[in-house]
Write a protein that binds this ligand. Structure first.
Ligand SMILES: [Zn+2]
Length: 207
């Protein structure tokens, strides 16, 4: 069943309780998905190094305790760019895809969706994902590779939900509301489809 946006969706947007501190990143355009929060942790043990990683929906940036507010702002921006660049290059394999599916099922469906197989396929150009409930198999189009992780996760959540509810009725979309970035991910995918249909603009000349 396709994960393509279908008409008639009246789901809720992703309202999340972002209880984490937004220090530093608040005055910059969001580079990570807007629903994710950035948490800056100062450490006395760090003297110079800055590092960052994702923890669920949040991005944790570790900085030295003595760093100034201005430096903190600058480094948060640098680290968000770096993470985004790494993620856009990263392609995960079938094994990691299956692990993600398991984690997402646990997180959003109490582990009730249990796919027998989850894999990438290259023969799916009009659908982002598909699933065969009788076999418990889920397939994701390779065209999703390189898209933001929340988009890949959305398609996984979508196909996992089909293991519980076939079709795209109200019950299906209620299940999908559990995933906080459903609407955002659908918008992203709609944008990709729309971009393909736009007339091609002349390429910008490089400087
Ligand atoms: Zn579907």
């Amino acid at each position: 069943m396709p994960a393509d946006p279908s008409p008639g969706f009246a789901g809720e947007t992703s309202t999340r309780s972002a209880g984490t501190q937004q220090r530093g990143a608040a005055d910059r355009p969001p580079r990570a998905p807007a629903t994710s929060a950035v948490e800056v942790r100062r450490s006395n043990r760090r003297s110079r190094t800055v590092s960052a990683y994702r923890e669920g929906d949040r991005t944790i940036v570790l900085i030295p305790a003595r760093m100034s507010e201005a430096e903190e702002r600058r480094w948060v921006g640098v680290m968000l760019d770096k993470l985004a660049a790494q993620e856009s290059k990263r392609v995960f394999g079938d094994g990691e895809l299956a692990e993600r599916a398991e984690r997402l099922s646990a997180q959003y469906f109490e582990g009730r969706a249990r796919p027998a197989s989850v894999r990438w396929v290259t023969n799916q150009n009009t659908r982002w994902g598909s699933c065969t409930p009788a076999e418990g198999s889920i397939r994701l189009s390779h065209r999703l590779q390189g898209m933001p992780e929340y988009v890949v996760d959305y398609v996984l959540v979508h196909e996992l939900a089909h293991l519980l509810v076939p079709g795209h009725g109200p019950r299906f979309w209620r299940l999908l509301e559990a995933y906080p970035r459903t609407e955002r991910a659908r918008g992203y995918l709609e944008g990709v489809v729309a971009a393909d249909r736009l007339p091609h603009l002349p390429a910008a000349r490089g400087e």
